[in-house]
Design a protein around this ligand. Sequence first.
Ligand SMILES: [Zn+2]
Length: 277
Amino acid sequence: MLTNSITLLKDARAHAQCIPAFNIYNLETAQAAFQAARLAQKPVIAAFGEGYQENASLLVIAAIVKTLAGQHPYPVVLHLDHCKEIDTIYRAIDAGFTSVMYDGSRLPLKDNIANTLRVVQYAHERGVGVEGELGCMNPEDGSEMPDSISHSAYTDVNQARRYAKETGVDSLAGAVGNAHGLYKGTPHLHMERLEEIYRAVEIPLVLHGCSGIPAGQIRQAVSIAVAKINVNTELALAGSNQIAALLREKETMRLEKLMLGARERMAEVMKSFFDFA
Ligand SMILES: [Zn+2]
């Protein structure tokens, strides 16, 4: 069943658990997320990024996820990931998305707060949860991965307190040593900062860039503050590596078979992230 993210994340946090959010952008990636959640028998967040509108429209993705959710016995959230355009957020909510992320992290705090507030008002009137972002992260496609992540890019605790209080967002994504894409070396999350942010905002935190973060660190972050873990890179690469492997086996393998292979492999990798849930 399709549900909103507000109570789901609050409940997860209350039990020191988390809900995995997997990026989806077509039928097969959505099916993989549902398949993994069914095997795990746990809630899942299907996250469609603003940048994927070239792959499928908001309406098409909403139709796919709503249809799959209708036959699915566990809660599913349809989430709009990293959206900088407020109009796109409104369209997603109107299309049936049950959770949205407004990403104004590159704006001055004052503008980020003003824009987030507009999104929160529109979303909450329609029973939709809102995730905000503060702190400096590299682009969602994993480009511009820094050699090391400097403390100056971390989310500022006082800004986070003000942002959460003035906007009324339901969850907050922060930067505490995490990044999008493939890490150069082992990432080290700053657990103290994570805890300080959580104490200041008193809403569930979201950890982006979970591909490649050691399991022990994810577990610790979930025990402290994180109720949603975002996974993208590891899934996308699992799918494309599987296609490459199948083509090495048989150069003339047809697309429908390749896509099934990629879907199965992605579901396996997704399933492993429910170990943190
Ligand atoms: Zn992200």
